[in-house]
Design a binder for this molecule. Sequence first.
Ligand SMILES: Cc1cc2nc3c(=O)[nH]c(=O)nc-3n(C[C@H](O)[C@H](O)[C@H](O)COP(=O)(O)OP(=O)(O)OC[C@H]3O[C@@H](n4cnc5c(N)ncnc54)[C@H](O)[C@@H]3O)c2cc1C
Ligand code: SF4
Ligand code: SF4
Length: 1007
Amino acid sequence: MAVTHRRATGALDVDARTLAQELRSAIEGEVRFGAGDRALWSTTGSNYRQLPIGVVLPRNVDDVVAAVALCREFGAPIVSRGGGTSLAGQCINVAVVIDFSKYMTRVLEIDPDRKLARVEPGVILDHLREQAEEHGLTFGPDPSTHDHCTLGGMIGANSCGVRSVMAQSYGPGPRTSDNVHELEILTYRGERMRVAPDGAGVPDELAARLRELADRYGDLIRERYPKIPRRVSGYNLDDLLPERGFHIARALAGTEGTCVTVLEATVHLLDSPPCRTLVVAGYEDAAVAADHVIDVMEHKPLGLEGVDEQLIQDMTMLGMHVHDLSLLPEGRGWLLIEVGGETKAEADGRGAEIVAALEKAGGGLRGTKIYDDKASEEHVWKVREAGLGATAFLPGKPDTYEGWEDSAVPPERLGEYLRKLKRLADRYGYESALYGHYGQGCVHARWNFDLSSAEGIATWRRFLDDAADLVLSLGGSLSGEHGDGQSRAELLPKMFGEELIEAFREFKSIWDPDWRMNPGKVVDPNAITSNLRLGVDYRPKPVETRFAYLKDGGSFAHATTRCVGIGNCRHTKGGVMCPSYMVTREEKHSTRGRAHLLWEMLNNEEIPLWRSEEVLEALDLCLSCKGCTNDCPVNVDMPTLKAEFLSHHYEGKLRPRHAYAFGLIDRWARLASFTPALANAALRMPGAKAVAGVSPRRNLPSFAPLTFRSWFEQRASRAHGGTPVVLWPDTFTNHFEPEVGAAAVEVLEDAGFDVRLPRARLCCGRPLYDYGFLTLARRYLLRVLDALRDDIRAGVPIVGLEPSCVAVFRDELVQLLPQDEDGKRLAKQTFHLGEFLSEHVDGYEPPPLDRHVLLHGHCHERATKGFEPVGTLLERMGAQLDRPDSGCCGMAGAWGYEDSHYDVSVACAERVLLPAVRDAAPTTLIVADGFSCRSQIEQLGPGRRAIHLAQALRLARDHGADGPPGEFPEDACRPLTVRRTRVRPATLAAGAAAAAAAVAVTSKRRR
Ligand SMILES: Cc1cc2nc3c(=O)[nH]c(=O)nc-3n(C[C@H](O)[C@H](O)[C@H](O)COP(=O)(O)OP(=O)(O)OC[C@H]3O[C@@H](n4cnc5c(N)ncnc54)[C@H](O)[C@@H]3O)c2cc1C
Ligand code: SF4
Ligand code: SF4
């Protein structure tokens, strides 16, 4: 292997089109060189953006080998990628991206005796940990991104985490590199080898050159490398030293894809203590807390984290984790200390020892608490893990960025560092919460840098120099876990000196003599201030929008910048966000992918504004479930962005058929209500589904013989006089399941309310948003406000049964009509039924229900805080509750009916919900407040039906504590019995004409 010091610089002349063609015929995996895909892979969690040449998703090692060979033939640089969550710009480049996260994701072997695991590079850390836990083992370093970052990426970036403290005390060491045993690697020139400890597996000549390098620079390495647990900056040349076992695999870890491609890794596992206890100690301030980390470390905790007052203030400002914050003991800076044991008593005993020791030491201690139940522990950890979300976008404050976010110092100097860093930042007018892995001296921050003006960028650059000098003066490392990439690489000469930088250069050249592996990162890097995603030329295309983007200062462009790229939306289970990613594992079908593509649409000439088919395709599988509005740490609001996009995309052109079929469902339903039997027969005619764009595998719901409104108007009047409440007769309740509305009326009347329906026939317009009919949606809302104005101003509560309709009033209304004071009032006084009864009706006593209940929450109910109260109410009734983490049911209004969505819709439901439904005993009541969720259960969980909370409450009232007899309680859905009025043909004709006219007007307006 000849060494040349050729450095790839500037633009490369690569014949991308031919390369793509040849790749396609050479590999089994996917090859994507289109504008949309290149845009999608151009950025991650960092401040940087570089458009790649193209993207390869290999299915196996042979694919990687073939892809690298072809790239070499074409002279194309390559960069490896896992979850794409790294923060220093190290996994983006003007290169062919080889993304391991879609297919090469297996745990290949766990050897519990040797405590080793063999994995493919794209395996998600938590997937490895789950399998390791079956043997009582775990992988030590655990980045906060553990449920979606990959082992390949962790090895590339040399990641660490909360439990790095455990890996330091009880395992081979704190960083991922310390926990690497063996790597199978591929060089750019096509050499493939399995690199094992003591230089085994490496050709003699190569090993000799590495030994020679280590010998030549040995003394300098010993002198200049900081002796701290979190030295992540620079190459791990120290691992080549004889006293560290000439561990070539460890030296390659942390090279950020600049030297080799990792094809397979064998890593160490540690014993995972089965029982854990959390101690929280509150101090005068964070720096004082930091002064005590050495005392705590003597007790060999599993994790030792720090949180400062500013983080808590930021979270309070955002209303985040308010309950969890009340769990913290008194103080203005906190240490979170996790200890473990074989038994709970042992773990608690260790916790008590630490508390006693800290109390004895005193020194600014304000209070301590021990948490020994899992739920409270998880709540406190959430406070710490919320760091990024709490600090990225604070109302009324400038946006914040990474860029000096993971520096590390010797833990014994952490207090001093925090004080000095704060003073330095004050001088620059920067501020940030300072929290993180205090036990190992690593500090996290997000600063209010100005990254879009020349002066701001120059100031940031000066700050970085000063901050680097400060951290180095304390014997620290520029990076304590995120790596150098482009963010810090230019500062490395300060830390290591020019001679060692030359050693890095030689090391890279030994592996990558052509300098085509992730060029411009770590060694001879691009300037810190180049390739910025914002930067001085940031100038998004100007747009006029339908929504107000209140959280984003009225800016659609800012709303697309809101995604900070951390990839929580790429986790594969749990929560609601993001159902389409969970079942497709496709970047473009994640919230991040969609947000990034929308950003590109505004900033990339290859992606046309609003008309882009790439963006349309990415948004198509968004279920508008609002999972992201709640679960994403910075609350990216994709349903709003999608509706905005569709509104513009279809301006001046017709939408697909299903948009008219479902978007205008209120009108069709009204028409059908004149002769429901005829309408149902028409829906079942051959070809009807095709006309509406409905999957042939779906059953369309039937129009009810009697609408809820008709029933309400005609029923024998009940005694009134209670407190007035408006019950919202949504289209689904009114036309398809009026029995839900009837049950709700009885429940509310039982609770002492005088139930009213709006006098006018109204629709909140929910389905319109799904197809971008925003002008019409606005008109619907104005009608609602007109019709309800008196009740709104009188403060009469509006109670909704269909969660997505409640969500329109809570959410979309204020975004579409931000200046309307009645709109704001309506948003505040609209409630989900369960929420209303549970939290807003003093003294409400629900009837007892002694029955198993399987409770599934509608996504919009979860997103608008309506779900928890349903569970609370059912528990108060005495129900034995099973709340599977079922996320989105996959139906999402009419989304799952559409032919092109059927498979994804079913896959979403099959993830958790349907297996839970199938497992439920026949007598278990299935409660789901969403009409679409109930339809999904009925259509895909054969023989099972779900009911609304209102029906469950009425059943309980009618049948007493034992609950209804038998399996599915048919009388929960008893048909409404009031006679319908006869419809005159003239009325019918008028109704048909009105609906047709409405469609014509809508098509004409085309938005
Ligand atoms: C909110 C947030 C919190 C974070 N918290 C932590 C934390 O607690 N601790 C921590 O250490 N990091 C943290 N990170 C950074 C990041 O999540 C971790 O570094 C993570 O391990 C990266 O994994 P990934 O799969 O996303 O890798 P990527 O970002 O895809 O890649 C990381 C590097 O590895 C290289 N690479 C990937 N695959 C290969 C391969 N097969 N062969 C060779 N090189 C490869 C890439 O080229 C790149 O240089 C955080 C990031 C965010 C946004
Ligand atoms: S959408 Fe939210 S969760 Fe997903 S990457 Fe962006 S910020 Fe993270
Ligand atoms: S609305 Fe749902 S499907 Fe769409 S991006 Fe958000 S979480 Fe994903």
